[in-house]
Structure formats: structure tokens, C-alpha cells
Write a protein that binds this ligand. Structure first.
Ligand code: IPM
Ligand code: MG
Length: 361
């Protein structure tokens, strides 16, 4: 099979971690008799440097021609980078939000798995992590506060900012269906997270999620308020299977979930639309403070590439091979600095990529 993959290396540690994911993809393709065709696309700060804007029509059109896009990370240091002298709608992050919208990538899957081998890097007590955990955050990605109207105005001499949070029932229904479909293939449990004790959008969310749940009698549904969920994730993460939530809550809870697995450097993500097309990126940021040092953890990006093989190309065997290569390398004691613990062997970004590639077969 020929895999037609768009590549957005991005900013900060992006180019380093994407290079390692491509190394692992190429090796996987070789073993299983596929070929990878890569098209380089610009987004974020890298696009600003060349075109003056974080996203161009060219990048959107280029992405649409690919079967899937693998991405690093977007953004720079807000204090020092000239990108942040630009107005907010021209900054790197605006490009990321705009490409998600342009490609209609409404379903963001962020799996948080505690590897047995990484228990040492997990900040939770052992009695809480005993037996590990494996949860999937299903974050709505093209609606809510991040896409609502916003403005800053002076009212009666007082500076006032508005951000509006809107969801319609169709946007809720399609993401809820995705969550229940995924739950059917996992532990058959959905926790829908909202703030229905305060927000109208959350009350509609709850109503529509219940309607969708009626079509999935085998899946159990629980509603949880977002503040309680933030607490439960550190108190008893084992209780979760699929966590379904809106855009901003998902943004926050997925960072929290990543930390309880030991490091954000381990958290992969897939952003999907109604077709097989997807954008695959690590959940973590561009970490400009460690960019170019060769110490970033490429595992989240490598696991994102595995998700790409699974969801966009239906190559489950190949995806399994990458995931088990990651597990083997961790088992043998290799660690990047973010997940390092006593007695383990510290390696850099490229070495971690080489190790994973060489454990594929
Ligand atoms: C993420 C990031 C982005 C988001 C930012 C960079 C706009 O935090 O993918 O979680 O909030 O979606
Ligand atoms: Mg985030």
C-alpha cells in the first residue's frame, strides 16, 4: 500500500520529534511492504516565517490531497518570539485552530495509558496506579469557546472582553456517537463531562448525549461535572474508560490525564472528521525551551503515527507493531529525560527513535 502522508514538522521540538516518527514509519513500511510518500506542509510559526500568516490555502489544499497528516507541534515562546508581536489571529496557535476547522476535524482522541514500566514517572501514589489504567479522552475540537465570537471593547470606560461558548445539537450528537462507537470497542463505559449545574451549553450537551446513549444499550453512561472530573482523574483514574467532553474541558483534562501517565511526552492524539482522513499530533506543546537540544521525547509523536496507521489506513497489525516496540524499549529501561528515573538508561530524541525502529521486528 502507498501511504500518502502530509507532514507538518511545526515549531520548537516539532521537527525533531516528527523526524523520529518518520524514521519509525519508514521502517514499519519496509517490514510490511508499504511505501510512504511525504508532502511537507507549513503551519504555525514556520508558516509565519515564510508567508507572514500561520495557515495558507496552499497548506489546506495540500493537506486535503493527503490521506492523513502527521504533525509535530505549533508555537514558540510567547515572551521572546516575534510571532507573538502579531495580533492574536495571526499567531501560530490560530493556524492550528483554523486547520482543524478547515478540515472539519471535530473528534479529538487522546488516549492516556499508564505503562507498567513508567509507574516511576507517575506522580500518583502506588496504591492509586496499581494495575495501571487506560482511558480515552474524546474531546470535541471544532466548537465551543475556542471558536465562538470574541472581542475586547471598552464599555463605560472599562475594558471588557467577551468569548462566547456555543454548541448546537448536531455538533454534540456527532462527537457523542464517536465516543459511544469507540466505547463499544473498549470497556463499554462513557463518562460525559460537563458543567450542567451552571452552563446552558452543558445542559444541551447532557440531553443530546442521553439521546445518543439510548442507541447503545450495552454502553453505560455516567455524567460528571468537570470540576469533579479533574479531581477524580488524580483520585481514581482507573474508573474511566471513554471520557467525552467539549473543547475547552477536553483541552484541560487531557493535559491532566497526560501528567498522571508520567509525562505529556507520551500522549498521542488523533483528530478525525467524518471520513478516514485524520491529523495526528502529540498532545504536548512545542517546548521551545528544549528545542534543538536533542532531548525531547518523540514517543507521543511515534504513537500518533501508530494511530494514523490504525485509523486512516486500517493497518492494525502495523500499528500494533509500533506500540509494542515502544513498550519493549521502555521495558528494556530506555528513557528520555522527561520520564527518566533511577537505574534507567537516559537517551536522546534520535536514539529513542532508533531504538523503537530497531525493535519493530
Ligand atoms: C492542544 C493545544 C491547543 C488547543 C492550543 C495550542 C491552541 O493546547 O492541542 O491541546 O488548545 O487545542
Ligand atoms: Mg492543550
Amino acid at each position: 500500500m502507498n501511504l500518502n502522508i502530509g507532514v507538518i514538522k511545526g515549531d520548537g521540538i516539532g521537527p525533531e520529534i516528527v523526524t523520529e516518527a518518520m524514521k519509525v514509519l519508514d521502517r514499519t513500511a519496509k517490514i510490511y511492504g508499504h511505501t510512504c510518500d511525504y508532502t511537507q506542509l507549513l503551519l504555525g510559526g514556520a508558516s509565519i516565517d515564510v508567508h507572514g500568516v500561520p495557515l495558507t490555502d496552499e497548506t489546506i489544499a495540500g493537506a486535503k490531497k493527503c490521506d492523513a497528516v502527521l504533525m509535530g507541534s505549533i508555537g514558540g515562546d510567547a515572551k521572546t518570539s516575534p510571532w507573538y508581536q502579531l495580533e492574536p489571529s495571526k499567531r501560530p496557535e490560530a493556524g492550528l485552530l483554523a486547520i482543524r476547522k478547515a478540515l472539519n476535524l471535530f473528534a479529538n482522541l487522546r488516549p492516556a495509558i499508564l505503562y507498567d514500566e513508567l509507574k516511576g514517572a507517575c506522580p500518583l501514589k502506588e496504591e492509586i496506579t496499581e494495575g495501571g489504567f487506560d482511558l480515552m479522552i474524546m474531546r470535541e475540537l471544532t466548537g465551543g469557546l475556542y471558536f465562538g465570537e470574541r472581542k475586547t471593547v471598552t464599555e463605560d470606560g472599562v475594558l471588557t472582553a467577551y468569548d462566547s461558548l456555543t454548541y448546537n445539537e448536531n455538533e454534540i450528537r456527532r462527537i457523542a456517537k464517536r465516543a459511544f462507537d469507540i466505547a463499544m470497542k473498549r470497556g463499554k463505559k462513557v463518562t460525559s463531562v460537563d458543567k450542567a449545574n451552571v452552563l446552558d451549553s452543558s445542559r444541551l450537551w447532557r440531553k443530546v448525549v442521553e439521546e445518543v446513549a439510548a442507541g447503545y444499550p450495552e454502553v453505560s453512561l455516567t455524567h460528571m461535572l468537570v470540576d469533579n472530573c479533574a479531581m477524580q482523574l488524580v483520585k481514581n483514574p482507573k474508573q474511566f474508560d471513554v471520557v467525552l467532553t467539549e473543547n475547552m474541558f477536553g483541552d484541560i483534562l487531557s493535559d491532566e490525564a497526560s501528567m498522571v501517565t508520567g509525562s505529556i511526552g507520551m500522549l498521542a492524539s488523533a483528530s478525525l472528521n467524518e471520513t478516514k482522513f485524520g491529523l495526528y499530533e502529540p498532545s504536548g506543546g512545542s517546548a521551545p525551551d528544549i528545542a534543538g537540544k536533542g532531548i525531547a521525547n518523540p514517543i507521543a509523536t511515534i504513537l500518533s503515527a501508530a494511530m494514523m496507521l490504525r485509523f486512516s489506513f486500517d493497518l492494525d497489525k502495523e500499528a500494533d507493531a509500533i506500540e509494542s516496540a515502544v513498550a519493549k524499549v521502555l521495558k528494556e529501561g530506555y528513557r528520555t529525560i522527561d520520564i527518566m528515573s533511577e537505574g534507567k538508561t537516559q537517551v536522546g530524541t534520535a536514539e529513542m527513535g532508533d531504538l523503537i525502529a530497531s525493535h519493530l521486528a
